[in-house]
Design a protein around this ligand. Structure first.
Ligand code: LLP
Length: 414
């Protein structure tokens, strides 16, 4: 997928010049490509063909309602982890009946809200939560579809902060509790057993741990079948990685093909909850060089984007490619630490980058379509950057830049 490339020495995203965008909307800003999002969603969809499935985009990856609206129109369902995300899905025109509710700490109010709009399924993560959902159902005289998110104790071989399927992780129901909990759920008049769910981690580059978890879940469903508990849906979570630097992750088709192969003759409905692999490479951050500072050991490129706009490098030491918006023909560039203006040594966006840039030039940071704006903060009273969706040569503002006064409007001097 190459939607961001040079034409002569100017960087374009689809047919839109990034220089014109930076000048029109100011920096920093997030820019997303409609074609890139559409393509990656369709790669998943086409891989399933006529097989019964539901792709539930993980809203936490990119929760702008214009992006959710685009995905909803393409037929996507949604994986949510809060009442706020559910409100976004509804505001975006998404269908609550295609929503799965994940997360370990759903509150009573969130459960009520989800039941009242009729979501597809709750992915339950503990006994306490199962009891809470049952109580709320009793009060409202409703029945909830539930899947148990089991922890298959599989190492996703990814960064420890985004690995979720090991028994030491806080996620999922311990393997040994799965069958007793299914039995308990079966006894309830207010709970309808819908399926089994798991999600073992994010930015996975290797199919094997994923397929390992699939096989374990399939064996669990056979064991449940033997005691009269029928599983209709399998939700195998998200987690497929993308190429930030030079990684070679499997393609969605390959991921789905292997999954379908592992299913053997089972024809149950399959759910997936991809986030990063749908929007990650479809977004960039545009930023301006404010200053160049020559240190004793290192040269710093001080840009106007910071860790509040993209926290991934600081939090996971993650790598994001960087490209000059105008590539000079006469300069080789030099090695920089690319840093933001926030008062933290951890506020860096890239280390050891060879770039040909001077004060006032623009830089594009790749791989910022997932877990970038959705993890942005207002640290240092920085308003969050605007978001722009492009389609061919047309650009549309899909979120305005936050003004500093909006950040303290709700504060009260007693
Ligand atoms: N389903 C569940 C239950 C999840 O917890 C997640 C991600 C997903 C689906 C989507 O996973 P994806 O397909 O996007 O890998 N902030 C981190 C990533 C945290 C992922 C949390 N859960 C990052 O920037 O790398």
């Amino acid at each position: 997928m190459q939607y961001c490339c040079y034409k002569k020495n100017k960087l374009y995203f689809e047919d839109t010049s990034l220089l014109s965008l930076a000048e029109e909307f100011g920096t920093p800003c997030y820019v997303y490509s409609k074609a890139a999002i559409t393509q990656s969603f369709k790669e998943y969809k086409n891989a399933f063909g006529s097989r019964s499935h539901l792709i539930c985009f993980a809203v936490k990856a990119n929760s702008n309602i214009a992006i959710l609206n685009l995905l909803s129109k393409l037929g996507s369902g949604f994986d949510i982890v809060s009442g706020g995300e559910l409100q976004r899905v509804i505001a975006a025109g998404g269908d609550p009946k295609k929503v799965v509710f994940s997360g370990i700490g759903k509150t009573k109010e969130e459960i009520k809200f989800a039941l009242s709009v009729g979501i597809y399924c709750f992915n339950v993560e503990s006994y306490g939560e199962l009891d809470c959902i049952e109580d709320v159902c009793k009060q409202l005289n409703k029945t909830a579809n539930i899947s148990l998110r089991v922890n298959p104790d599989v190492d996703a071989k990814t960064h420890p902060y985004i690995s979720t399927g090991l028994k030491e992780n806080k996620f999922g129901i311990p393997w040994k509790d799965a069958i007793p909990m299914y039995k308990k759920a079966k006894e309830s008049m207010h709970l309808k057993i819908h399926g089994i769910d798991c999600h073992i981690g994010s930015q996975m580059l290797d199919k094997l741990p994923f397929i390992d978890s699939v096989n374990r879940i399939l064996r669990l469903s056979d064991d449940l079948q033997k005691i009269g508990i029928k599983i209709e849906n399998f939700d195998f979570g998200g987690g497929l990685g993308i190429s930030y630097e030079n990684e070679i992750p499997p393609k969605p088709k390959d991921w789905v093909d292997s999954l379908i192969k592992a299913m053997g003759d089972k024809t149950n409905r399959i759910l997936l909850e991809p986030g990063r692999s749908i929007t990650g490479l479809a977004g960039i951050i545009l930023t301006k060089v404010e200053y160049i500072k020559k240190g004793e050991d290192k040269n710093f490129l001080i840009v106007d984007a910071a860790m509040n706009d993209l926290v991934r490098p600081a939090l996971y030491q993650s790598y994001h490619q960087m490209k000059e918006v105008i590539k000079p023909e006469d300069s080789e560039g030099q090695i920089f630490e690319v840093v933001g203006p926030i008062c933290e040594t951890g506020d860096f966006l890239g280390k050891n980058r060879k770039l040909a840039l001077k004060q006032g030039d623009f830089l594009a940071i790749m791989g910022a379509g997932a877990y970038a704006m959705s993890m942005a903060s207002n640290y240092n009273s920085r308003g969050r950057a605007p978001e722009i969706l492009i389609e061919g040569g047309t650009s549309t503002l899909i979120k305005k830049r936050e003004k500093p006064e909006e950040l303290f409007n709700d504060e009260i001097i007693p």
